[in-house]
Design a protein around this ligand. Sequence first.
Ligand code: GLA
Length: 406
Amino acid sequence: MLCSCKQACMNKAHELLTSFKARFGTGASVYRAPGRVNLIGEHTDYNDGYVLPAAIGFSCWVGIAPRDDHKLVLYSKNFGEAREAYLNQLGVRGVGHWADYPLGVAWALQEAGYRLRGANIYIAGDVPVGAGLSSSAAIEVSTGYALLSLLTAAQAIDRTKLALLCQRAENEYVGMRCGIMDQFVSCQGQAGHALFLDCRSLEYRALKLPPQVRLVICNTMVKHKLQAGEYNVRRAECEEAVRKLASALPGTRSLRDVTMEQLMQHRGLLSDTLYRRSRHVITENERVKEVADAFETGRMERLREVMAASHRSLRDDYEVSCRELDAMVEIAGRQQGVYGARMTGGGFGGCTINFVDVEHAVEFQRRVAAEYESTIGLRPDIYICEASQGAELAEAMAENLPKVTH
Ligand code: GLA
């Protein structure tokens, strides 16, 4: 299927083709995969819970053409740097470089049995890096999709399998123990919809976003160093809570299996910290269902309190917010036409997500930017977004391709 974002997408694809040709001297096929914003369900994915993300208009773009050797030659426009590696010498671990993401995906695909072909790959992304909008999932999925497209027709690509392999690349090759949410929505996102995803079964349904609502993303412009380390610590805490609770509740595999009543009943098994971490996950799962229900029934007035409760829970129980995120949410809450606001993504900086009435979105953008700047002293980027399509072909293979010998 050809890209849904029409003109802007075609322009980007042509730009990429021109750059590809200038660098590698041939035509290419161009694929894109989007970043994401999570509407609700934070730190629930690696607890087998529910999430409600949407793919957004920022994407990573990949031009690819096959080579007749077994080498991947990568060029990143964002980093202005080239890297190459033989497919049989990828190692099992990255080296802390941007190329870990595409090479990690090639590694994971090969581990899963795909016999990849050598390729020239040109990568250019416009997902803000370090803002919690999943620039990493976008680069993983776009390269994975492009590499697979050299082997098989795009329609034959199993998107859920690709998402799982991209997650494996990030977990094992890059070393970040992320859940499945980002890669999944980058693969399966649908224009105009959020995905209600059960991270245990990977069943999902697409929820149409109400036409009067805009997704407004406010970037605090800060990224605290704690981010990566604390993420893995939170994950380990949840696993420890499960081990302790399972001693009283046999069959418990993850916090998904525990109810609030059970948590309260067995509170004595947990330290105060583990109790609060668990309470966040259990209550957040319920909030995902409430937001999905509000969208489906059009009862938008319920969103405000649910979103506020999610933010409080992330701030006080899960302890992943920060001064800038709290200020952004507080400022947003005072504006007209806001249905709900909270931090989004892993935390410790990055962005907030705001549901804003279409009539008020531009004014919201202006006022929040001014108030945040006067409170925090940084000028925020504020994006009025629409939910976009997941990974797709943007431009089919063009002329001048190298002849591939097998
Ligand atoms: C990061 C991870 C996701 C998810 C969120 C928190 O974005 O990549 O898997 O855990 O944090 O909800």
